[in-house]
Design a protein around this ligand. Structure first.
Ligand code: GLV
Length: 314
């Protein structure tokens, strides 16, 4: 194969790590770098065959006009989808699992166990020196719904099933997923769930999907876990449902604005656990291996998975 030119565009402090890792995987490639935040268009910049990037400034696309494919160093492509300058004629390929799904499943399992065992309630009781034991529910009595059954959602669902939880899944177009009851309509999926886990891609259709109208269908005292995107959730609706006692808590890893602004009410709400977008961080070695395999496949004329379908939105 002719040596492809591959551009890495990530935050400045990560450029070296990513480019060295990619060069190791693709020894013959010409790997070069550009800071993702750079705003100036350099007309003399080397042209790349492939760009491997995370949240670049639009100037990158004015500079790179011969790309054969673009690799997004994350699962969610919503930030690129929102850029009018993004060249939609160039195939955009997102990460699929790449080591992210396992940690995300652990994050969900931790939140579910905390809910099932009432650990949040006991932390509050401890602050008030209150001894108030409650019998924990058996996993089989905890109904959990996972929205989105891509590589991440499937891993979450199977991890929960392995622990004996009563799990169902939701996808827009029903398809069989091993060992899982799958719904393609929201109302029957949501009805009576004790825990709702959101692992959907953010699209025009799913934006605001975690809103009052849908969340009221959950069981009384249900818990919400969001580890997809902040814009899936209507913040005010969550606060209202927590304060009315309809929901008992929420574990949130993603927010409409990140970092979460210091005066946001989520920070101080007793029933909300906030984590700083850490459930599924991109892992360099796994991601680079996946990207390198796909570059090799594309160079040999083979098709690859993970190509974004713009009509579908992910
Ligand atoms: C992170 O949020 C990702 O989309 O991979």
């Amino acid at each position: 194969m002719a040596a492809p030119a591959v551009l890495i565009a990530v935050e400045a402090k990560a450029l070296k790590r990513w480019s060295e890792a990619l060069q190791r995987e693709l020894p013959d490639a010409q790997v070069f770098t550009r800071e993702a935040t750079k705003t100036v268009v350099d007309a003399t910049a080397k042209t790349a065959d492939y760009a491997v990037l995370w949240r670049p400034h639009a100037s990158l696309f004015a500079e790179q006009r011969r790309l054969k494919a673009i690799f997004n160093l994350g699962a969610g492509i919503d930030a690129l989808a929102a850029m009018p300058e993004f060249p939609r004629a160039v195939p955009l390929i997102r990460l699929e699992d790449a080591g992210m799904a396992g940690p995300m499943a652990h994050y969900v399992l931790a939140a579910v166990l905390r809910f099932m065992l009432g650990l949040g309630r006991y932390a509050q009781d401890q602050r008030e020196h209150r001894w108030a034991p409650k019998r924990p529910r058996a996993p089989g009595d905890v109904r959990i719904g996972v929205m989105g059954l891509g590589a991440i959602g499937r891993r979450i669902a199977h991890t929960l099933i392995d622990q004996g939880f009563n799990v169902r899944g939701y996808v827009r177009h029903a398809r069989a997923v091993d060992g899982l009851t799958v719904f393609d309509t929201l109302a029957p999926f949501l009805d009576g769930l004790d825990v709702l886990v959101n692992a959907l891609p953010l699209t025009a259709e799913t934006s605001g999907i975690l809103r009052r109208e849908h969340l009221v269908r959950l069981a009384d005292g249900a818990h919400l876990i969001n580890l997809a995107r902040g814009a899936h959730l209507v913040d005010e609706d969550l606060l209202e449902l927590l304060d009315s006692g309809k929901l008992s808590g929420a574990t949130l890893d993603v927010f409409r604005e990140e970092p979460l602004p210091p005066d946001h009410p989520f920070w101080t709400h007793d029933a909300i656990t906030v984590t700083p977008h850490v459930a599924g961080v991109t892992l360099v070695d796994e991601s680079v291996r996946q990207v390198a395999d796909k570059i090799r496949a594309l160079e040999s004329g083979a098709a690859v998975s993970g190509v974004v379908d713009w009509k579908r939105g992910y």
